[in-house]
Write a protein that binds this ligand. Structure first.
Ligand code: HAM
Length: 447
């Protein structure tokens, strides 16, 4: 768990702004659910056999004896809220989005934190693959707006209660005679959930899975046609996707569509980072050895920024009606760390200031507070350094910020009700009436 310091706040704010704009355009309403819920909600919703519930949930017992959990994901809480507030009675689909902190007990490492933030979008009450595609598109657009360029969408279908049980049996039958070639976790998974062996990162397990039957070949008619229609929607929307037959995701509630979005960055950038001594994540080292999915050598780093899919059984499982649903979530810290690594970072507001206010002495300092507020009201960003007294230090700071103008307010100016406007590149100075300076600067900046 970590602090978010002032110098990083603007990155979060930038993401919230992009997300709010996209959500508004696509008709999503914002929802906030509590940070703690009954632990049973996640045990049932996220799934008892998932890593999240089994190993990563922070639980606490209240004085009244209730067992609560810090939310490890948004989806079950939003489903609970949909049911509790009778949203089934509203015109469907009901489109909701949220962002905020989540908690998972993880081994801290690059891209994995114990407190992290997600942006989450969910749609209820619509079966069509068009909505799955729209969720994919929304996250793709958000990442594009944040200036990511090398994005890859991986999709798969993991079937439903009609076809998945048969496939699971088939897969278990294939794995059982080969269990000595699998890691200990996968040996256990054969019994508990053989699907999870497909996304195991161990090399020996990946060798075994290479010959395994693929779920795509064993989908029922309904799932097959849903998947086909999803791919058509993605094609139509020009969303660049790959089929990944091994993508299963670590949560129990998915049916049919599952997807993830990765960011890849050019090999050049990675080399550069390595030269600068940046430590390479295991995933990066793994992909340096060759891309397991056979994509070009140009784009090697892969980092799952977004994960989601359809979950048609969850509303019913949590006590509601039989309502289909689809959604996804993006990891905000992963987005931010890649933005920094790939230098996609926008300037913080202070860096956008084109004017600096320098003051010399007590009286000018007092006048400065009021003057700054006039600039704020006029929506003109202005930087200052009220704690400093020497003109030299203040001009040096103005220089460092790269402002175009510095306003200098000394004792004499206060008495004359004027202020000096200094153009930083030429050093040219002009005296302006104090009560006209906001208007004057507005005109100058327009030019
Ligand atoms: P998830 O795959 O567990 O899915 O998480 C989604 C994203 O959250 C990941 O791709 C990653 O970017 C980020 N994330 C997960 N764990 C951590 C962590 N410990 N530290 C930093 N980032 C992390 C879900 O949570 C589903 N609820 C998504 C969903 C919504 N499916 C349907 N609707």
């Amino acid at each position: 768990m970590h602090d978010i310091l002032p110098e990083d706040q603007f990155l979060y704010e930038r993401i919230w702004r992009v997300v709010d704009d996209v959500a508004k355009f696509y008709g999503f309403g914002k929802i906030d659910t509590p940070v703690v819920e009954d632990a049973a909600l996640y045990e049932k919703g996220t799934g008892m056999a998932t890593d999240i519930v089994e190993k990563q949930m922070y639980t606490l017992k209240t004085k009244g004896g209730d067992m609560l959990a810090l939310r490890p994901e948004f989806t079950p809480g939003i489903v609970r809220s949909y049911i509790q507030h009778g949203m089934i009675a509203m015109p469907q689909p009901v489109k909701l989005y949220t962002y905020g902190p989540l908690f998972r007990y993880e081994h801290p490492q690059a891209g994995r934190f114990r407190q992290f933030h997600q942006v989450d979008f969910e749609v209820f009450g619509e079966q069509s693959a068009a909505l799955d595609a729209q969720i994919v598109q929304i996250f793709y657009i958000i990442l594009k707006e944040l200036k990511f360029s090398h994005l890859i969408i991986e999709v798969n279908s993991i079937g439903d209660s009609q076809c998945r049980p048969y496939y699971k049996k088939l897969l278990a039958n294939y794995l059982r005679p080969r269990q000595n070639s699998l890691c200990a976790d996968c040996r256990r998974r054969i019994r508990e959930n053989p699907l999870r062996t497909l996304d195991c990162k161990e090399e020996k397990c990946q060798r075994v899975r290479a010959q395994a039957p693929q779920i795509i070949d064993h989908l029922c008619e309904e799932c097959k046609s849903h998947f086909k229609s999803l791919l058509e929607f993605l094609d139509e929307a020009d969303l660049p996707y790959h089929l990944d037959p091994y993508l299963v995701r670590g949560l129990d509630y998915y049916t049919k569509t599952v997807f993830e979005i990765y960011s890849e960055k050019p090999a050049e950038a990675i080399k550069e980072a390595a030269q600068k001594g940046a430590s390479l994540s295991p995933r990066l080292r793994e992909s340096e050895a060759g891309d397991p999915l056979g994509r070009g050598e140009e784009t090697v780093q892969r980092s799952a920024l977004v994960g989601g899919g359809r979950y048609d059984g969850l509303v019913k499982l949590l006590g509601g009606k039989d309502v289909p649903a689809s959604g996804a979530a993006a990891g905000v810290e992963r987005i931010i760390s890649l933005m920094k690594e790939m230098q996609l970072v926008p300037l913080p507001a202070e860096g956008l200031a084109k004017i600096f206010l320098a003051q010399l002495g007590d009286l000018p300092k007092k006048k400065s507070l009021k003057l700054l507020e006039e600039f704020r009201k006029a929506k003109i960003q202005i930087a200052e350094s009220l704690g400093r007294d020497s003109l030299r230090t203040q001009l040096a700071r103005a220089d460092k910020l790269g402002v175009e103008y510095t306003l200098i307010l000394g004792q004499r100016e206060v008495i004359d009700e004027t202020i000096v406007v200094r153009k930083m590149d030429t050093g040219e100075q002009q005296i302006v009436k104090l009560d006209k300076v906001v208007e004057e600067m507005k005109q100058k900046l327009k030019k």
